[in-house]
Unconditional design. Structure first.
Length: 165
């Protein structure tokens, strides 16, 4: 058996059409909460590139650490961008799974590129000093993988809201 290239599932990300309705359902019906709500757009991200072109988007994102994993809900706030495209094409559903690389961020990107897997989205969060990449492993694993590289001194953004209050 080969040595695993990932050593942890870090996050499950779901694109939704109404983030507050989904937070209520996850929290109130299933006990998955509490949620921290953030807003992202070109003003607080950098280097966002989708399939080689600059990404123009606006999203509201909610995160929650529960059941030994981080849950992420993403609601597109504009018709632009890959998250809005996903929602139009598929409806609400799992968009990607964030996997922690066993040999580090740069190394896993090299390994996957060497296997012919293209990065479908790359970017970073300005306030958090963090970069990330999505790699489409649908043909191999059945889903898109997010690789995250929180750098030293990574500071989370202040929340826009929380649920429940």
């Amino acid at each position: 058996m080969k040595k695993p290239v990932f050593d942890k599932v870090a996050q499950i990300s779901v694109v939704v059409d109404d983030i507050y309705a989904y937070m209520r359902r996850y929290n109130d019906d299933y006990g998955i909460g509490p949620w921290t709500v953030l807003r992202f757009d070109r003003g607080n991200t950098s280097g966002m590139v989708v399939r080689g072109a600059p990404e123009d988007f606006e999203i509201r994102l909610a995160i929650c650490d529960c059941l030994n994993i981080q849950w992420e809900l993403i609601q597109p706030l504009s018709e632009n961008g890959s998250y809005a495209e996903f929602l139009r094409k598929n409806g609400p559903g799992i968009h990607h799974v964030c996997m922690q690389p066993a040999e580090g961020y740069a190394r896993i990107r090299e390994i996957l590129a060497g296997r012919g897997h293209a990065e479908t989205l790359i970017g970073g969060v300005d306030s958090g000093n963090m970069e990330f990449a999505y790699v489409d492993l649908t043909d191999d694993l059945g889903f898109v993988v997010e690789l995250m590289n929180p750098r030293e001194g990574c500071v989370p953004m202040p929340p826009e809201d929380v649920y429940p209050r």
